[in-house]
Design a protein around this ligand. Structure first.
Ligand code: PMP
Length: 408
């Protein structure tokens, strides 16, 4: 039985007061809190096994290597990749998408097109702008319909010129869940590669990269109970074999001659230098935690919170909610604005009530511009496994208080 109150006990950070009110942490789309299992795993690693990986023959190096590679296998199983050769450890989604963009530089020619959606996070947009500048390829955008991805427009914009389709599975602003499996199929019919930004989906739902048939899939550890500074790029083995390494140096070579070098095999060909060993091991522990809960139950719990809170939020007069009209199509992100108030003021007022939400453009400025908000920003609440219906009530209550306070 999924019990968020019991789950909360593993998260010491949640047990505190902020501005004399119990903390209600609703900024999970930015980063999630870490359970004791992750914190102790990292501490134990440094206390008992700390050594550099792969090169050493002594016992500590062997233990560190075994744990680091075990984490890679945990990631593989979690996203249902075929082989650990397809799992590259990176710094996070941003680095992963930059690496894919580097690969795109190898492939793109001036008449080619890159298809993105208008809801992309800057990390799935700015690297593509750089690629477009360098190669002469053009970026096309798919817009919105009823607060979600306009699939008709997507079909119209796809053509045989399209070489890369890169889209988020879940928007960090709209909260909508995009049908990436269907999009991948359409992309492949046109001979394009499908890149999926899984930063906001991997923490919240079961992922099967083979079933969705993504060519590349990127996500971050820190949004799914893991530490910062660790993330993953999944790529199909055949593509990773074609892809040049992005960074060069130790660990990624096979043999170094005076005038040239050869690369080692996958996945290490991409992991130059000493990796974030503790980060990967921490991510492995986070995956253990989520797997024990099961991703089906994680998704079901968050949907229950959404179904519970959305009618209460809609009942607040003057509150504009962005994203899909159908709550069933929403992941655990809710962006909103209170009429006449800057979202920074709303977030500050909510903080006075102990409620942590985010305010700003959420690194999605083209989307925010398209949404035509009064001030080019929104507030955003986002849920995770430890949030309860009481947290939802507190959010609603704090919003009503904020509204009453500012109406004088
Ligand atoms: N894509 C999406 C949809 C995101 O929400 C985020 C994080 N806000 C990122 C990419 C970037 O992730 P990171 O900062 O961990 O690299």
């Amino acid at each position: 039985m999924f019990d968020p109150k019991a789950i909360r006990k593993s998260f010491p950070v949640l047990d505190q007061k902020v501005n004399d009110e119990p903390l209600v942490y609703l900024d999970n789309a930015a980063t999630t809190q870490k359970p004791l299992s992750v914190l102790t795993k990292i501490q134990r690693y440094y206390e008992t096994d700390n050594a550099n990986v792969h090169r050493g023959v002594h016992s500590l190096a062997e233990r560190a290597t075994a744990d680091y590679e075990a984490a890679r296998e945990k990631v593989r199983a979690f996203i249902h990749a075929r082989s650990t050769k397809e799992i590259l450890f990176t710094r996070g989604t941003t680095t992963s998408l930059n690496w894919v963009a580097k690969f795109a530089e190898q492939c793109l020619r001036p008449q080619d097109e890159i298809l993105l959606s208008i809801m992309e996070h800057h990390s799935n947009l700015v690297p593509w702008q750089q690629v477009a500048e360098k190669t002469g390829a053009k970026i096309q955008f798919v817009g919105l319909k009823n607060g979600e991805l306009d699939m008709e427009a997507l079909k119209n914009k796809l053509s045989d010129r399209t070489k890369f389709v890169s889209m988020t599975q879940v928007s960090n602003v709209l909260g909508c869940i995009n049908p990436v499996k269907e999009i991948a199929q359409l992309a492949h019919e046109h001979g394009a590669y499908m890149v999926v930004d899984g930063a906001q989906s991997t923490p919240h739902m079961a992922i099967d990269v083979c079933d969705m048939d993504a060519d590349f899939f990127a996500f971050s550890g820190h949004k799914m109970l893991g530490p910062t500074g660790i993330g993953v790029l999944y790529g199909k083995e055949a593509l990773l074999n074609q892809m040049n390494p992005v960074e060069f140096g130790g660990e990624m070579i096979d043999f170094v001659y005076e005038d040239h070098s050869t690369w080692t095999e996958l996945p290490w060909k991409f992991e130059a230098g000493t990796p974030n060993i503790a980060g990967a091991i921490g991510l492995g522990a986070a995956i253990d935690e989520l797997s024990a809960l099961t991703m089906t139950d994680v998704a079901a719990h968050e949907h229950e919170l959404i179904r519970y809170v959305m009618p209460k939020l809609r009942a607040i007069e003057g509150l504009t909610i962005y994203g899909p009209l159908d709550d069933e199509k929403r992941s655990s992100v809710i962006a909103f604005n209170l009429a006449g108030l800057h979202p920074h003021d709303v977030a500050t007022a909510l903080d006075m009530e102990g409620v942590a939400v985010r305010a700003g453009h959420h690194c999605a400025q083209p989307l925010i511009t398209r949404l035509n908000t009064e001030v080019g920003a929104t507030a955003r609440a986002s849920f995770y496994i430890y949030n309860t219906k009481a947290d939802c009530d507190k959010l609603v209550e704090a919003l009503l208080k904020t509204k009453a306070f500012f109406s004088f």
